[in-house]
Design a protein around this ligand. Structure first.
Ligand code: SF4
Ligand code: SF4
Length: 263
C-alpha cells in the first residue's frame, strides 16, 4: 500500500480513537477486546494533544470515536470539542451500539457529523430506540448509517500463529491495516489491535514483545512523518499479527459472552 501526501500530510481513509475501552455489551470476538479490558476513558486534553501532533503529518478523510461503547464516556461533548480543536479532520463520526445514544445529551448530537449504528442480532436495539435515534440525527443533520450484524469473524486465534508464512499471509490479506488506523495514549497504530492484544493476551504469553511499543509510533518522535509513513507502507507483518487473524478468520453467528461475575 502506498499513500499520497497533501501539503506535507499523509492522506488516509480514516483515523479512530477508543474513547473508552469498556462496553455495555459483551460481543464474542469483539475486535478491540472490550469485554476483556479494564474500564478506561480518554482525557479530552490528552487526546487533543495527541491529535494536534498527528494533524501535522496526517489528513484522514474521517475521524471516528469508537470504543468500547463511546456513549459510556462521562463527557463526550468535551471529547468532540478536543477533536475539533486539534484540526485533525472536518468529518467527525461516532460508532455505537445505540443503547445509550437514545438518551444522550443534545450537546453530543450538535457536535457530530456522522453516526454509525451497529445493530447486533445477539443484542438487538429496540425498533422504537432506532426510530428515536433516527429522528434525533435528522433533527441535527447527523448522517446516520445503520449496520445490521448477524455474524462475526473470529479475529483472536486460540493460540499464537505457528509459522512466519502464516503470519505474513494474515497481514497481507488484512484490510484493517488500511481502514482502522488508531491513535491511543500517545501513539499511532496502523490497526486497532496492538495495545489491547498486549493487555489481554500478554499475561498468558511471557515471550510476547511489548506490542504497544513495537507496533506503535510515538507521537513525540522528531521524524514523525517518516515513521508514520514507514508504518503504513511496510510490507512486513506487525509483531501483533502473530496473535491475530485479521480478516482471515472463520465466520460464525453473532453471540454475546456470559456476563462477567460481579467482583
Ligand atoms: S458493541 Fe462493539 S465494542 Fe461493545 S462488545 Fe460489541 S463489538 Fe465490542
Ligand atoms: S494485528 Fe495484523 S492481522 Fe491483526 S488487524 Fe492488525 S495488521 Fe491486521
Amino acid at each position: 500500500m502506498r499513500y499520497e501526501l497533501h501539503d506535507g500530510r499523509i492522506l488516509t481513509w480514516s483515523l479512530e480513537t477508543h474513547v473508552v475501552t469498556h462496553c455495555n455489551l459483551r460481543c464474542v470476538q469483539c475486535c478491540p477486546l472490550s469485554p476483556h479490558l479494564p474500564a478506561w476513558a480518554v482525557e479530552p486534553d490528552s487526546l487533543q494533544a495527541d491529535l494536534t501532533r498527528l494533524a501535522r503529518v496526517l489528513e484522514p478523510n474521517i475521524f471516528k470515536l469508537t470504543g468500547g461503547e463511546p456513549f459510556l464516556h462521562p463527557n463526550l461533548p468535551a471529547v468532540l470539542d478536543a477533536v475539533r480543536a486539534s484540526g485533525i479532520c472536518e468529518q467527525v463520526s461516532v460508532t455505537t451500539n445505540g443503547l445509550l445514544a437514545v438518551s444522550a445529551p443534545e450537546a453530543v448530537y450538535e457536535r457530530l457529523d456522522r453516526m454509525t449504528l451497529s445493530v447486533y442480532s445477539s443484542a438487538p436495539l429496540p425498533e422504537k430506540s432506532l426510530a428515536r435515534i433516527t429522528e434525533r440525527c435528522e433533527h441535527h443533520g447527523v448522517h446516520l448509517t445503520v449496520k445490521r450484524i448477524d455474524a462475526f469473524q473470529q479475529i483472536t486465534p486460540e493460540a499464537p500463529l505457528g509459522s512466519d508464512a502464516e503470519v505474513r499471509d494474515v497481514y497481507a490479506r488484512c484490510w484493517l491495516k488500511v481502514r482502522c488506523h488508531l491513535v491511543h495514549q500517545g501513539r499511532f497504530y496502523s490497526c486497532t489491535r496492538p495495545p489491547h492484544v498486549a493487555t489481554v493476551l500478554g499475561p498468558a504469553h511471557p515471550d510476547m514483545p511489548a506490542l504497544a511499543e513495537v507496533d506503535g509510533v510515538r507521537l513525540d518522535a522528531p521524524d514523525l512523518l517518516e515513521r508514520v509513513l514507514g508504518l503504513l507502507e511496510r510490507d512486513t507483518p506487525l509483531a501483533t499479527c502473530r496473535y491475530c487473524l485479521g480478516a482471515s478468520g472463520p465466520w460464525k453467528p453473532h453471540a454475546q459472552l456470559p456476563r462477567a461475575p460481579r467482583g
